[in-house]
Design a binder for this molecule. Sequence first.
Ligand SMILES: NC(=O)C1=CN([C@@H]2O[C@H](COP(=O)(O)OP(=O)(O)OC[C@H]3O[C@@H](n4cnc5c(N)ncnc54)[C@H](OP(=O)(O)O)[C@@H]3O)[C@@H](O)[C@H]2O)C=CC1
Ligand SMILES: CC(=O)[C@@H](O)[C@H](O)COP(=O)(O)O
Ligand SMILES: [Mn+2]
Length: 379
Amino acid sequence: MKKIAILGSTGSIGTQTLDVAANEPERYQITGLAAGSNVDVLVEQAKQFQPQIVSLATKEAAEQASLALPASIKVVYGEEGLLEVAAATDADVVVTGIVGSRGLPATLAAIDAGKTIALANKETLVTAGHIVMERAARKGVAILPVDSEHSAIFQCLNGEDKSAIHRITLTASGGSFRDKTRAELEGVTVSQALNHPNWSMGAKVTIDSATMANKGLEVIEAHWLFNMSYDQVDVLIHPESIVHSFVEFNDYSVIAQMGLPDMRVPIQYALTYPERRPSPAGRMNLASIGRLNFREMDLERYPCLKYAYESGRAGASVPTVFNAANEVAVARFLQGEISFLGIEKVIETVLDKHSAVPVNDLAAIAEADAWARRTAANV
Ligand SMILES: NC(=O)C1=CN([C@@H]2O[C@H](COP(=O)(O)OP(=O)(O)OC[C@H]3O[C@@H](n4cnc5c(N)ncnc54)[C@H](OP(=O)(O)O)[C@@H]3O)[C@@H](O)[C@H]2O)C=CC1
Ligand SMILES: CC(=O)[C@@H](O)[C@H](O)COP(=O)(O)O
Ligand SMILES: [Mn+2]
């Protein structure tokens, strides 16, 4: 029986994790669930999975949930509540399905408590990859990728010697505007941007996918997860999202991982690793897909990816600033405050204003993050 705590249980990753668990209920026990404001969904989840503890973002939301749940389920709230779900249950694995760098303290708390991390929250590694990876290594804790591309690379690398890897390639669908020119991006709407062609995901990652900032975050995530230099991490446009990523070895043999775009496969693999189990996902039929397409990435078309590579290579506080500027810019776009092309403008302006500083501890990360958020809010 695998015991699981889920941070962000009401979101896209969280609900699909529970789908995986419900598919083989005898194999999983849900020990904790943390959500933001969606009380109704959290209460339903708690009634079905009977965790030891649930957490919501605010006291009011927690009080509402308490009224609907049996006394056997502890209800907590706020940052402390989130940390309690991350670290204080007897979970073996913590699934990090929260959005943004706000997931960092809970991820670190789970590592400190010796929990295996099933990592979906890529911003955690972008903002503080050196701290997270060092802490996990010191604690002997595994960080298993949930992000589809990184799960693919993880599966392709299975047991291979790192010195045998030439490079890894992350595939990118191109997002909701993959067939539009830059000129056509003027005036696109939020609802158009939220219409991803292949994946059904939360709003932030869907917008990141359209700007290609998502692939930028993923390049930095891959750098940390697989200890690769930025020259070894490539990106290729693949509109069908069937080849989830691939590894090229020194002998020029290439191993790719494929399947229908369904996050329940990488989520489940992080939960069952090193075992494979039948999953609730559909089976791929290449004959009916017929054709797979690939095209070169264009950094002029997708400047957010260029900024991500530059930020990753610069290191120090720059990836933290890139991530925070992007988070604020996406939130401003979703609120109708700035245009779609305004997202890249905000990131570019914040990066231009920033002078890199060392970020050796969490206080320095928090300072760089806060500076970037303040600056991005006023561009
Ligand atoms: N969705 C996907 O397919 C993929 C996602 N990822 C990554 O996974 C992460 C999650 O993405 P996704 O599931 O799409 O996001 P969603 O927006 O769908 O879900 C976010 C979750 O976080 C919860 N949350 C918000 N605020 C708080 C808080 N203060 N405390 C605790 N929980 C909170 C939300 O709760 P509530 O709704 O109750 O407010 C919700 O459960 C992101 O980093 C994303 O980049 C990576 C690969 C694929
Ligand atoms: C499903 C997943 O892993 C997302 O992060 C995905 O990467 C989005 O697709 P694109 O970034 O390829 O559009
Ligand atoms: Mn991904």
